[in-house]
Design a protein around this ligand. Sequence first.
Ligand SMILES: CC1=C(CCC(=O)O)c2cc3nc(cc4[nH]c(cc5[nH]c(cc1n2)c(C)c5CCC(=O)O)c(CCC(=O)O)c4C)C(CCC(=O)O)=C3C
Ligand SMILES: [Fe+2]
Length: 357
Amino acid sequence: MSENAPYDALLVLSFGGPEGPDDVRPFLENVTRGRGIPPERLDEVAEHYLHFGGVSPINALNRAIIDAVRAEFDAHGIDLPIYFGNRNWHPMVEDTVAAMRDEGIRNALVFATSAWGGYSGCRQYHEDIARARQAVDGAPQLTKLRQFYDHPLFLDAVADAVRAARVELPDEVRDTARLVFTAHSVPNSFDATGGPAEAGGHLYSRQVAEAARLVAEALGVADYDLVWQSRSGPPQVPWLEPDIVDHIDALHERGTEAVVVVPVGFVSDHLEVVWDLDTEARDRAAEHGMGFVRAGTAGTDPRFAQLVRELVEEQRNGVAARRRGTEPLLGVGCNGSLCAARCCEPPKRPTRPAASR
Ligand SMILES: CC1=C(CCC(=O)O)c2cc3nc(cc4[nH]c(cc5[nH]c(cc1n2)c(C)c5CCC(=O)O)c(CCC(=O)O)c4C)C(CCC(=O)O)=C3C
Ligand SMILES: [Fe+2]
């Protein structure tokens, strides 16, 4: 096939999540295989899923994003079929890529549901693409679209979600409520190797920090915090800190009366949002008598579908990239090739201490 063949489909590639109680354990095993996550942590996370009947909201949210992108494509005369595949749960990306081949797809674009660079948000999706192609004879060519952490449509959707959340706070604390951005923590060692080596590392945390700054700027807020959530690995392995729940304690100590929590690190209200924020962080704030609201995520905003269309048009038609930030912006790769040589190279995984085996 010619390198210049037109693109003939879009694959939406995501994390995946369980759809019932029996899925929870096998899903968690898929996520954490070879990752050095302690079994106690898995028991705890399984409980979080079971609390919601073993169903993660993530698959339904991704299907809603796909419906919105379909409508956006139709409105703009883009006739690409849209497929859905996941890293960790059904529809698994390997099965989706096989179906794409069977339906005659030769050269597809891939939108991964993470705005960020870094191992988990970018390189691991390249790896998923490579693994799926390896599993499927005659797999289509798959070109991953870029990171979008500073795209105006993403930042404006987040800023409007903050405005909408703030209104829900009681009048007395609305103006003084502290803006707290949060994103998924990662091991420090993974953050350190994020991005191309010559760019200085820490691509993920730098992009998250810049997105938070740009959203705060759009809101006219000078003073805000950026914290992390959903840490998992063994306690002796350092991850990005502070944790959101510890931070709520710290803010309470300082006399903060209310918080607006902004999950800028996530595209949709999946389990890490509805458990770690809407349950754990909210309960802690309530214990302190603090006001608490949580902003929505960008995935349900109509601008999110426009963003996906713009990324497709950049790749398909050479339309210029729109962005507000200045951190390195990568993420494009064909058939699982990395953004740059050794980009986001994963350090050796921490192994579990002998005593816990
Ligand atoms: C940076 C990042 C994103 C954002 C970028 C992106 O969106 O891609 C993200 C998203 C998500 N993480 C998710 C779920 C989980 N992440 C886990 C574990 C881990 N995440 C990590 C990082 C990230 N994760 C890391 C470094 C680990 C340790 C294991 C490893 O080194 O790989 C575990 C294992 C159990 C535990 O929590 O310990 C689960 C269940 C879900 C789905 C939720 C649902 O089902 O609704 C989503 C969208
Ligand atoms: Fe995660």
